[in-house]
Design a protein around this ligand. Sequence first.
Ligand code: GLA
Length: 729
Amino acid sequence: MSIIFNKEKKIFKIENNNFSYIFYINQLGILVKLYLGKKINDLDLNSFSYINNLNADSYNFLDLKTNKEVINDKDNYFSGLTSDIEAPSFLTYDKRGPLVIINHQDNSSLTDFRYVSHKIYKDKKSLEGLPHFDNKDVETLEITLKDLKDNIYLIMYYSIYDGIDGIIRHNEIINKTKKEIRINRINSLCLDLPSLEYDLLSVYGTYATDRILERQKLTHNIISITENSGGKGFYHNPMCMLINKEANDNYGEVIGLGLVYSSNFKFDFIGNPLNKLRVLIGINDENFEYILDSNNSFISPEAIIIYSDEGINKVTHQFHDLIREHILRKVEGFENTILLNSWEGCMFDFDTNKIMNFISKAKKMDVNLFVLDDGWFSKRNDDFSSLGDWEVNTDKIDLKKVIDYAHSLKIKFGIWIEPEMISFNSDLFKEHPDYALMDKDVNPTTLRHQLVLNLTKKEVRDSIFSKICKIFDTYDIDYCKWDFNRILTEAIDNSNFKINKSLYHNFILGTYDLLNRFISRYPKILLETCAGGGGRFDLGMLYYSSQIWGSDETDGVSRTLIQYATNLFYPLKVIGAHVSARKFLSIKEKASIAMFGTFGYELDPTKLTDEDLIEVKLSNKRFLDNKKLIDEGDYYPLISPYNNNFVSFEVVSKDKKELIFFFMNYRQVNWESRFIKLKGLDKNKLYKNDYDNNIFYGDFYMNVGLNLSMGMQSFTPLIIKLTQVDDEK
Ligand code: GLA
């Protein structure tokens, strides 16, 4: 990988062996993009005009100092309508959507940033207060631009990692004027592409259908993926792909895009009438205005561009590698964790005895992490009260006793918290109604009978953090499930009207601050974030938590769709996936899909029969035997459940020695011919499968396929393992 600046041509090249991202500084100081794609040989000045010269409108500028027009010439052709621009202006030459909108002191919003200087270094700055990728094996280009109108600077960051075909982008605005300015929009990246021939692949969802795939054709209008709920992000997700119309799973151009952010975001796909595409990714500008004081700076979240000329699968692999290697929080000691969570087993209805019984049964299940979910604190016996009162309800549960018991059985112990929330019916609310987000003139909206704490205030964060610390300092807790069960409404701070239009952003900074304090104080505690099932599934959260709850109360069948969609973007090892008590499927069947995540159980263990326990143990063993492969291998979707009666995917180890294959039908099927072609094997090596024990070459499995021609009852999952046996034939 390398970042090169060619002084003579003023050209920046960010590239590795597989892709190049190239742009240059034009005669006006505007950064003009030339190319994103498979690595190509050097570009010369001819190529600039070749790429730029679309015979569209050519833009000249009048120089007011010399009273002369700066005229476009052939080599420096520039069009506001068609040239690909890295930092597009606002209210001037470009009408396709700006990188930033800033309200100046004269109340105009004209912004036009031009090149000043740049630096290239083998490092990456950390983003204060925001989750971000690390600085391992990375190189960064930092470009400073200045607004034509005011003393406002834009710093654009481009980083490239060894082994990753893409770049990480973010921007910073520095106000060097003497007064405050107002940022009305800030994107983390602008990506202009010379073609509109893409489909957009994204995910949406809600409770129990947490992530569902959707594919749509881009048009000459604007298509946006936006989230405005303030953080419960399963409605829309800040990861997507652009799939060229010629591309498929293994072939052709696919561009992966993402944002490291857990609050309101916006991805705009702006089709240009001349068949070009502009992509803008950043903080949602709905009700957004950030007041930036003199000599202060504002940092945008990080965004990702991944490039593949080998189809969708390669983007998925690159997303997974990037996340696993460079952002995901790792906590040692949880490598072989099998969890049992109390929620779906007993909800709020428990006491010390019941939990002791659960733990003793957990031991029989070979579970090694028991999690006491909601209901252990204050008067919390239903969801009408007590959020914010983080004190153990000693009448209900002897927490020390159950923790000691779990530990005596070598079972780790975890608890549930929901720090951002406050119940109307709580001591905290009685004492501090001002801690809740609401408008003083309007009745607040309660959702699940609760309000949201105003985490933009340090005083509120301090108060809630000290209460939580009392619990985690007193009890020997190994794991924490950090929940977030409602969206933000009335996001108003009555005491500080100046921040009201940036409240969503300040709120997530407050959440990040709390999370950061928590992981710094308790580095050994495994944190799992959650939002009313599998909401808030984003890269921002993965910086603090090693895994994210996948969904609640779902059966194995629904989970196949959730996991299939999630895993196109996020590594398998981060999705909480459990065997629930839902009917229809057996434990073995439910475990077959749950094992492709952070495996565990969500049920009443005392209701398990002896036969169930045998199934549980076998399922645990199968999970543990394959965990490393599933956690670290390359994931390939094979049959999409969205338009088929089947679902299938596989994971191959990076060294191609092992493969695990999952297959399930939905409706019952009679015998029919069915060959599933595997992917990612070494074509010249022999592999034995444990389904019919045949040994074939990798290319046989990849071209003929696994022969699954047979009849099946509804929902019959099948797991097949292939192992390289080169020496045996
Ligand atoms: C949310 C979570 C559940 C459970 C409950 C507790 O709904 O998704 O798993 O923790 O909260 O109230």
